[in-house]
Design a protein around this ligand. Sequence first.
Ligand SMILES: Nc1ncnc2c1ncn2[C@@H]1O[C@H](COP(=O)(O)OP(=O)(O)OP(=O)(O)O)[C@@H](O)[C@H]1O
Ligand SMILES: [Mg+2]
Length: 327
Amino acid sequence: MPPLLEVKNLQTHFITRSGVARAVDGVTFSLERGQTLGLVGESGSGKSVTCSSIVRLLPKGSGRIVGGEVLFEGRNLLDISENEMRRIRGSQISFVTQDPMTSLNPVYSIGNQMEEPLRYHQGMRNHGQLHAKVVEALTQVGIPSPERRVKDYPHQLSGGQRQRVVTAMAIECQPSLLIADEPTTALDVTVQIQILRLLKDVQKELNLGMILVTHDLSVIARTCDKVAVMYAGRIVEEGPIDEIFARPRHPYTRSLMRAIPQIGRKEDRLYSIPGQPPDVRRLPQGCPFAPRCPDVIDRCTHEAPTEQFFGSNHRARCLRAEEMGAS
Ligand SMILES: Nc1ncnc2c1ncn2[C@@H]1O[C@H](COP(=O)(O)OP(=O)(O)OP(=O)(O)O)[C@@H](O)[C@H]1O
Ligand SMILES: [Mg+2]
């Protein structure tokens, strides 16, 4: 059986007045059912564009997928019609974004909007059945008194409850792939933990494959099986969680780890990676991380690093990856 999702050499560009932005520049990874992949990297590294390219929901106009394949259960989603794609979105593949208000319509009640995917994807028409299904989904995500809540409008819920509702909507048609783009960034820490726990529970129950985008490596450590680190539109390192945390091969991954605040570690100031992420319209020759890299050598500034493999499932795009694992 093919993997649940296989992304091969995906390239997405934005045509802007000041040039072509290579937002996603040859991204390759795969995901099995029941597995969680964490996607991490600084702002602008291409995490969201990777996710929206998979479901073909790029901002209208300038964004274009210019190459690669997105194989979902072996079928290339980049080859199918918009109609077919619409049938897959929200049923087999669900997308949860950072701001629940982008997925919720303020003028419809929660119940009303939650019935929509059931009508569209599953052809459900019976009112009693629809109501029961919505209440069941809200119960599943831990919304208290769901029978009453179905009549509420989005603004009547707290941020955490809205994120739960969006999660309920994402799973009510029983997808096999869930893409969650910073689902908890806007929430306070306790609610964040509850939502992450909820996602993990739902994942186990449905044997979902999940892509979890986050800025936060500690979230990845707690929730994911493997992690892909993105920089300037590319995956610069990927591997199983334990392996990456024990033996990071890319200086960028190492820098991200240094930037995790740790309780009990007293420092004058928190470490932050010096410099700025590169402009993806004007990538430097050689390694895009070279100008900020603590381990840079002369070769890095003119030689583009190719991917090196360590074992069967750990890879890094750094000329010095071999030595990095030793230290
Ligand atoms: N609508 C757009 N028009 C032009 N360029 C865009 C657009 N959206 C994204 N980009 C480009 O794509 C790059 C990647 O953006 P993306 O939103 O994927 O970053 P991200 O990793 O999700 O960042 P964040 O952590 O801030 O969400 C950006 O640096 C930007 O150059
Ligand atoms: Mg983003």
